[in-house]
Ligand binder design. Structure first.
Ligand SMILES: [Fe+2]
Ligand SMILES: [Fe+2]
Length: 482
């Protein structure tokens, strides 16, 4: 065995190189949709990618990237995204899948021009065309590029490839509203001391997991729905959705994600036992009222404990109910007599709960905070109230301008952020649905992409100047997602 490579490096090297390749290649591919082949940006991105590619070829002899289902294999090593590059991996995977390209191989060091040829060929492919890989092969042959191979994406039969974005939107909406209906049903069952429809909860959360895994933007848009009368129902469903989306990003396996959703859905179950007068009180609570309010984590845990039919799931759900106000450093409530560590589910539900509680208007909080402010508070309290690593991922997920943000643009237009960019470098350039006023009422205008460039000046056509509070403008953000 040659021993020029240290053991540690040898173990981590494929993951590191594979990640570097995916990151730089994806950036270049994305660049082709925005910039001309001759532009300086493309030159820079090409050089960055080329350096990685040729470095790998020099080191390993060749470079082979293969996509099998939703996994990447780099020179036959399975590589997993870390929290930091999760989004890049996911979007790159979506881009390749759309084009039905299942991998590529470079057998020799490349020139910049050949690399550009490849990315522009890939970039120009039709969506969902099975023979795309053949046309790329032909084009490469035609240009005498022999060192690059591309492969077809093999889809397994059970993979549901036909669901389009409209279909997914519909599906997500259905999951969302059915979940709200379900929470209502649960609350009634508790009041009437009837057994809870547990199978239904599991199924709904599995649907939610499916929707989030395909594309979480619709569900994360729906959480903006304001509902003063049924606040608790929406809140429970929102916490479940944030928890699932967050859990997915930190790599919790699919089968546990639905349990996490359940833990979110039932975290405030104890509130069903708190008198309405206290729950809905807008004035300051008296110390007695506060202590009743603060009993809801324990009451909720007791309710869950009593449901034996939940089996192993009940332990997971108790984590959400019992721990969501406990805080990372255990300074919250209920007070503990013994030190313990907050569970992963508990830490996730805490973050989801805190954010949702502040971002939406409630009886007790007429003007909710704008998202930036809440994320700021969360960052400040990271390590005290919240798990610092998970907060970081959460902030990344919500983004600089999350869905539903009311933005003022440099063109003096106003609009609602309706789609965020998955590319972390373009988080400040979402798609915005413009708003205009007619007869004293606001209307939805066209949707503009803030990545759009002005051809003459070479600058972006529109940029966000600042965010505004939609409630102060009487704008119902949810309308933009339904
Ligand atoms: Fe709570
Ligand atoms: Fe809550």
């Amino acid at each position: 065995m040659p021993d020029e490579k240290p053991t540690l490096d040898q173990e981590h090297l494929p993951a590191k190189l594979g990640t570097e390749f995916i990151t730089t290649f994806y950036r270049l591919l994305k660049g082709t949709t925005l910039y001309d082949r001759k532009s300086a940006v493309i030159d820079r991105l090409t050089q960055e990618c080329l350096q990685v590619v040729n470095g790998i070829i020099q080191w390993e002899g060749n470079l082979l990237l293969k996509i099998v289902r939703d996994h990447f294999f780099f020179n036959n090593n399975w590589i997993i995204a870390s929290a930091d590059n999760y989004l890049t991996f996911k979007v790159f995977w979506q881009e390749m899948r759309k084009r039905r390209i299942g991998g590529m191989e470079f057998s020799e060091a490349l020139s910049g021009e050949h690399l550009k040829d490849l990315v522009y060929l890939l970039s120009g492919l039709e969506e969902n065309n099975e023979s795309n890989y053949l046309s790329v092969k032909e084009q490469l042959e035609h240009r005498n590029i022999e060192s690059i191979e591309v492969g077809k994406l093999e889809l397994s039969k059970d993979e549901d490839i036909s669901i389009d974005s409209e279909g997914l939107k519909k599906y997500s909406k259905e999951v969302y509203f059915r979940s709200i209906g379900f929470v209502k049903e649960v609350v009634e069952s508790i009041h009437q001391q009837k057994p809870l429809p547990i199978r239904k909860a599991k199924r709904l959360m599995q649907y939610a997991v499916n929707a989030v895994m395909k594309d979480d933007s619709t569900l994360l848009g729906l959480v903006n729905i304001k509902n003063y009368d049924e606040d608790t129902f929406n809140h429970s469903v929102n916490v479940a959705i944030y928890a699932i989306a967050l859990g997915q990003r930190i790599g919790i396996p699919k089968k546990h994600l639905s349990h996490l959703g359940m833990a979110g859905l039932f975290h405030d179950m104890g509130k069903t036992k708190i008198p309405e007068e206290i729950l809905n009180k807008t004035e300051k609570l008296s110390p007695e009222e506060w202590s009743i309010m603060r009993s809801h984590p324990v009451v909720g845990t007791e309710l869950i404990m009593r449901m034996k039919e939940w089996g192993e799931l009940s332990a997971r759900m108790m984590e959400g109910a019992f721990e969501h106000h406990l805080r990372y450093d255990l300074t919250g409530y209920p007070r503990l007599t013994q030190k313990k560590r907050i569970t992963l589910f508990g830490r996730i539900v805490t973050i989801a709960d805190f954010y949702d509680a502040l971002v939406r208007p409630r009886v007790s909080l007429r003007f909710p905070y704008v998202s930036e402010k809440i994320l700021g508070i969360m960052l400040e309290r990271s390590g005290k109230d919240f798990d610092p690593a998970i907060v970081k991922v959460f902030i990344n997920m919500i983004g600089v301008f999350p869905l539903g943000t009311l933005a003022l643009l440099n063109t003096h237009e106003m609009g609602i952020v309706t789609q965020t960019q998955e590319d972390t470098e373009l988080l400040d350039r979402p798609k915005v649905c413009l708003i205009y006023y007619s007869d004293g009422e606001y209307r939805k205008g066209k949707v503009v992409d803030l990545r759009e460039m002005d051809e003459v000046s070479g600058d972006f056509k529109r940029s966000i100047v600042k965010t505004l509070n939609p409630n102060e403008y009487n704008i119902n953000v949810a309308e933009f997602f339904i």
